[in-house]
Design a protein around this ligand. Structure first.
Ligand code: SF4
Length: 896
């Protein structure tokens, strides 16, 4: 790049001088530039330059001198000391672990601010007038100092101040330091530099020759413009280095990635995002797959974990020695769900011991049981964090984590980082403290949340960084996103533990708008001197509010202009994927079909749904709930009603017998009890509290009794069968169905009944494209034509406060209930032969479509049909919808 500043830095390093950068990223950038320059000179080897970020420079100099042998605390150790003080002095607010740790982190931050900006207040006499929260913090600070003195340690925030004293004393010759990328020099840094005496800042370059300020309609257009600009620059020069500055890296990360992949890749290039762009700030270690896997494994060895967490852990293969084990573990979980045995949480023992879910791999069982045994053998007493860190490593190894598959380069780095975090946690015992295993796990989780991981830099052409992390970087072009008035200068709140007057006096961040303005101005000017071309941009439409351009940027870069045509994304939105219409069809060979009759309902709702569920075996799972799931409640209701209408099991089977039952609760109660006992034997309800199951029993008894009260108002009927199994064939598909109940009516015809505890409406059967064909299918194909003439098909809606039959009946007043209102749909929309024939024809057409392999993504009524369908990620309906603007809808409605 050869700017004046980079030449100065290079010259200083070649002379063997020391360069101190404001940030770690800045130090890395200076090092990378130095090595690049040596390679460009054709050198094969050269001496390592002395480049440090501020903190590591101060630490090195302290360790070189370290006159009183005090240990410098790492952040975890310091927070543990603060937590100890907060626990002792924080009162009720600090009794629970989580609030205590939050208070400790805030106190640590307040101490850091005092050390950096207002060291004078480290002397307790200057804090005598501090009141309320500040007064409380002042007492904590005195206790912290006392604790540090006793334990012969020191906060890293004090390093610069303490070091300044030692440097003044040693009188040794010191190299002149060259400082790079400092937006401001804080009082603590000033103290150290004064003591060092020989230092200066690298001379900043002139402001960029080309500075622009753009306004975009919304953030999507803004990101697209930035990505298109990157692409143009990279196409012009593939060696170019670009910097994208964003203030909202975490929130915008996904969106930035998508836009760069979509618009910034130069034509003809097939780079992955890993080689094409990189983020300067990492993600929490606990958020990486391996980090999360290790923490979840350790937690599962000690306590129950949520079912979805367990599902995730097993699906990653981090506990499987090989693919066979991984498949077996997944199959075990699937079997649990198929049998409706899911639970909100699983202990390891319960999961292993769960009956009815098939065998688990023996080697896997032995590993995790051995890990549990090792844990149980050691966790009875408090131990040093060092001992716990060793145990955590041992347990992970014994349990087989991170699995048998080879790790990729990034996973190795995560693994190494995790080992460092375990070392940090082990160092919590620096003062001889012993803690419980559960406290160690909490500390490990906190440390993994606070520790940021980013893969080693690949020196990618595009770097995405926050404004503060750009200190010391020099690139060929910069794009600064989000330069709106409310976002830049960045605003924030003052620290609640420090008096406002102190924060103002020391010019701490956010203590006055003027300070934020000055800092933002310094950063902006530095950025403008860090590249020959600098763009600023903002989106006019923010989160539901109209945004204005940043006044600061407008002052320095001029008023914003509309984006030029070459930086506007194509209005139709170029699809990321190439679309291709697959018109091939793979016919179904006939015979039994997975899912039974539901496949024809699915074919009517959306052909792809039928194909995916019946032919690919795609399944959707009900999430476990703290109590019985809706499906389990439905099954119970069916089981009770089967007993009610079975004379052999203590029930009845006619309207006349029902009329004789005066106390319906007394009649129903033993049947409900018996059904629940049966269900409990075959299901995994053992973990549910008995009192909850008792209440469920009462609820169900009342509901069924109320329903029977309603059935008493019917005209005479006989229950011919319940849960009646019938098998038949439609267009080559073998179907096996189970009819909930078949009643013989007073005119000799039969009524097909389906129990429903959810919200249903017979309109779902309406042609030309029904949402549900289950009962029309039963009535049209499952009845014996010689003896079972369909007189009606109804849902029995059994919901608290909504008890009724709903459907189509030939003669509702004559066969169901005499007193039925003339306005009822049962009367207004009777079942007719013509209707039955139309349904049959439609169902046969669905069957033919299924047989021919018709699998179009064509929901009956988008988005309603898709609302409760879990296949969205497979059919990619959202993507299709975005591309076409509108698909499906009722287009297929004429098919019938
Ligand atoms: S999500 Fe919608 S489009 Fe996709 S399979 Fe389900 S119903 Fe069809």
């Amino acid at each position: 790049m050869g700017t004046r500043q980079s030449r100065e830095i290079d010259a200083r390093l070649r002379e063997g001088g020391t360069v101190v950068a404001a940030s770690e990223r800045g130090a890395r950038a200076v090092l990378a530039a130095y090595h690049r320059a040596r390679r460009a000179e054709g050198l094969k080897a050269w001496a390592a330059p002395d480049v440090r970020d501020w903190h590591s420079f101060a630490l090195r100099e302290w360790e070189r001198r370290n006159g009183d042998a005090r240990m410098v605390l790492n952040p975890l150790q310091e927070q543990a000391l603060w937590a100890e003080i907060v626990k002792e002095m924080g009162g009720a607010a600090a009794e629970l672990e989580a609030p205590r740790q939050r208070l400790a982190a805030m106190a640590m931050d307040a101490h850091r601010l005092l050390c950096s900006y207002a060291p004078i207040y480290l002397d307790s006499r200057t804090r005598s007038g501090w009141q309320q929260d500040a007064g409380e913090f002042s007492r904590w600070l005195s206790a912290f100092e006392e604790l540090c003195r006793k334990r012969e340690c020191m906060s890293a925030a004090r390093l610069a101040l303490e070091l300044a004293g030692w440097i003044e004393k040693d009188g040794a010759n010191r190299n002149e330091l060259l400082l790079v990328g400092f937006d401001r020099i804080l009082p603590a840094q000033s103290a150290l530099l004064r003591a060092w005496s020989a230092w200066r800042e690298a001379v900043a370059d002139e402001a960029a020759q080309e500075v622009s300020f753009w306004q975009a309609a919304d953030s999507r257009d803004e990101l697209a413009a930035c990505a298109l600009w990157c692409r143009r620059r990279l196409e012009a020069n593939p060696e170019t280095k670009l910097l994208v500055v964003t203030q909202n890296k975490a929130g915008q990360r996904g969106e930035i990635e998508r836009m760069l992949l979509r618009y910034a890749l130069p034509t003809g290039e097939a780079r992955t995002n890993a080689s094409f762009f990189e983020f300067s700030l990492g993600v929490p270690l606990a958020g990486t797959a391996l980090g999360r896997g290790a923490l979840t494994t350790l937690k599962w060895l000690s306590a129950p974990i949520a079912e979805n967490e367990l599902d995730w852990l097993l699906s990653t293969g981090q506990l499987a020695a090989n693919d066979d084990e991984m498949r077996a573990l997944a199959a075990h979980m699937r079997a649990i769900r198929r049998r409706n045995l899911q639970r909100p949480e699983w202990t390891m023992t319960d999961w292993i011991m769960q009956r009815g879910a098939g065998p688990l791999p023996e080697a896997w069982k032995q590993r995790v049981i051995e890990a549990q045994r090792q844990r149980d053998a050691q966790i009875r007493w408090a131990q040093t964090p060092m001992k716990w860190a060793e145990l955590a490593q041992t347990l992970l190894e014994t349990a087989g984590w991170p699995g048998g598959r080879p790790l990729g380069s990034e996973e190795y780095q995560v693994n190494a980082r995790l080992a460092r975090v375990l070392d940090d946690c082990a160092s919590l015992g620096f003062d001889g403290t012993t803690i419980k295993w559960s406290d160690f796990l909490s500390a490990l989780e906190r440390a993994a949340m606070q520790s940021l991981f980013s893969p080693e830099s690949q020196d990618a052409p595009i770097l995405i960084a926050g404004p503060a992390e750009t200190a010391g970087l020099e690139v060929d072009g910069i794009w600064f996103l989000g330069a709106s008035d409310d976002a830049w200068p960045a605003s924030g709140t003052t620290h609640p533990f420090l008096p406002i007057s102190v924060q103002r006096e020391a010019r701490m961040p956010h203590a006055a708008a003027q300070f934020d303005w000055e800092l933002a101005e310094a950063i902006t000017k530095r950025l403008m001197a860090s590249a020959p071309q600098v763009n600023f941009s903002f989106a006019r439409q923010g989160d539901d509010i109209e945004a204005r351009p940043s006044r600061l940027i407008a002052n320095l870069a001029g008023e914003p202009r509309e984006l030029p045509p070459e930086l506007r994304p194509p209005s139709s939105g170029e699809p990321v994927t190439e679309s291709w219409t697959d018109e091939s069809r793979v016919p179904f060979p006939g015979g039994n079909v997975h899912g039974g009759a539901a496949v024809l309902t699915a074919q009517s709702q959306c052909p792809f749904k039928a194909f995916a569920t019946a032919r690919l075996g795609a399944e959707e799972w009900d999430a476990a709930e703290a109590g019985l799931t809706a499906a389990q409640r439905g099954q119970l209701l069916h089981a009770v009603l089967k007993l009610v209408w079975d004379p052999a099991k203590g029930g009845i089977n006619t309207r006349a017998q029902l009329a004789e039952k005066i106390d319906l609760r007394e009649f129903t109660s033993p049947l409900v009890k018996s059904a629940m006992a049966d269900a409990q034997r075959t299901s995994g309800w053992g973990w549910m509290p008995p009192r909850y199951l008792e209440l469920e029993q009462v609820r169900l008894t009342n509901l069924v009794a109320e329903w029977l009260e309603y059935e008493k108002t019917r005209l005479p009927f006989t229950v011919e069968a319940t849960e009646l199994r019938r098998e038949f064939q439609i267009e080559g598909i073998d179907l096996s169905v189970r009819i909930d109940r078949l009643d013989r009516l007073n005119d000799g015809k039969v009524l097909v009944i389906d129990y429903k505890s959810g919200n249903v409406n017979p309109n779902q059967w309406d042609l030309p494209r029904p949402d549900d064909v289950q009962l029309p299918l039963y009535a049209g194909f499952a009845l014996n034509s010689a003896t079972e003439d369909a007189g009606g098909l109804v849902f029995a809606k059994i919901r608290a406060g909504e008890l009724e039959f709903a459907g189509r009946i030939e003669d509702a007043k004559g066969t169901l209930r005499q007193k039925i209102s003339g306005n009822s749909n049962l009367v207004k929309k009777p079942l007719t032969l013509e209707q039955m024939n139309l349904w049959k024809k439609y169902i046969e057409k669905c069957a033919r479509d299924f047989m021919t392999g018709c699998a179009e993504v064509d929901p009956r009524d988008y988005p309603e049909t898709c609302k409760y369908c879990a296949l969205g990620p497979m059919c990619r309906i959202a993507e299709l919808q975005e591309q076409s603007g509108s698909i499906g809808g009722n287009e297929g409605a004429d098919n019938g």
